[in-house]
Design a protein around this ligand. Structure first.
Ligand code: ADP
Ligand code: MG
Ligand code: MG
Length: 324
């Protein structure tokens, strides 16, 4: 019954984490019930790691900053450990303690505008990731300074993609596209044993326009781009990845960074990390990261890619040219 000619994917769209989530299972055994389970799984993750949901574990950690440690689930605990690993590796440029700045800038939400400099300064003094205490024995998280706030927006969608992948695998599925607002997992192969073609968004065009396609199997493809969430004030674009040192959006000539690897949690953290590091430092960083490929697209429409990425990319847009 799973002859590939007769396979029609079963798909469902959810809206969660401020993101359109689309899951397509290429298997005739997929049922409505599987999608109900996926929805429950997404809600469960949100109830653990959301910064804004008052009942979430991270929310509780944040409101108890400077007061008391909060016991969290092992999932939340491990994800914060992972985020802190990237913070250490980048000397805090990737920073899960950036919650105050994220709230202040409010980028991607209505009425976002450049905040007062003194407010940026105040938020900046509350983003020291070294003040996040983790107690392995009790699974408690304690933020040492009152007002501090963890934000896992840079890693949460990747984490959710991995969770859906694991669920589908448990259910015996081996062919699916999991897409959380451009944070993609191309699970297994296409029916018929072909590779997936994943479009790389043209950062200067509307959604759906690509610079080319990436041929992958059983890999995650995650992009951080200036077009994802932003606002424009006085002709200047303010995007949603912030420089913890200055308190302002990173403005380093990058339009987008795409990462390809096995685990989406890593890819999500890495796409944000490479974006803040910039092209030169980012390319060095990715060289030291095994089994991971990356593409930087600059505002000048230049492409900087690892050799492995180039091999997977079928570039179809001539406005973009390789710089390396
Ligand atoms: P997207 O939200 O489009 O998936 P990213 O994965 O790159 O994009 O994550 C960006 C989000 O990460 C921001 O919206 C914010 O919540 C958070 N963030 C912003 N700056 C940083 C930073 N320097 N380090 C870690 N997280 C950040
Ligand atoms: Mg992301
Ligand atoms: Mg990310």
């Amino acid at each position: 019954a799973n002859d590939h000619e007769s396979i029609k994917p079963m798909a469902e769209t959810f809206f969660i984490f401020d993101t359109v989530v689309n899951v397509k299972i290429y298997d005739n055994r997929a049922t409505r019930e599987h999608f109900n389970e996926i929805e429950a799984l997404l809600k469960d993750i949100d109830s653990k790691i959301s910064r804004t949901l008052e009942s979430s574990e991270i929310y509780q950690v944040n409101v108890n900053s400077g007061k008391s440690a909060v016991k969290v689930s092992s999932e939340t605990f491990e994800l914060v450990i992972k985020a802190l690993d990237y913070a250490k590796r980048t000397d805090g440029k990737f920073n899960p303690a950036i919650g105050n700045l994220v709230t202040l800038w409010n980028i991607g939400h209505e009425n976002a505008k450049v905040p007062d400099a003194n407010l940026i300064e105040a938020a900046r003094t509350l983003n020291d990731y070294r003040l996040i205490d983790l107690n392995q024995d009790t699974q408690e998280i304690y933020l040492q300074k009152e007002g501090m706030a963890i934000d896992l927006g840079s890693i949460g969608k990747g984490y959710a993609a991995d969770a859906i992948y694991d669920y589908l695998q448990e259910q015996g599925f081996s062919s699916a596209i999991i897409d959380l607002g451009g944070n993609i997992y191309a699970m297994g192969q296409k029916p018929g044993g072909k590779m997936w073609n994943i479009g790389i968004q043209d950062p200067d065009k509307n959604r759906g326009n690509s610079i080319g396609t990436l041929q992958v199997e059983d890999k995650t493809v995650v992009t951080s781009g200036i077009y994802e969430r932003f606002f424009i004030e006085d002709g200047k674009l303010y995007q949603h990845i912030l420089d913890p040192e200055t308190g302002y959006p990173v403005d380093n000539g990058i339009s987008s960074v795409t990462v390809v690897t096995k685990h989406s949690t890593d890819a999500d953290a890495l796409s944000t990390t490479l974006f803040v590091l910039g092209i030169e430092e980012g390319l060095k960083f990715i060289e030291d990261t095994p089994d991971t490929e990356a593409l930087f697209i600059s505002k000048e429409q230049k492409l900087y890619a690892t050799s492995g990425f180039k091999n997977m990319l079928n570039k179809t847009n001539d406005s973009y040219t390789f710089a390396n």
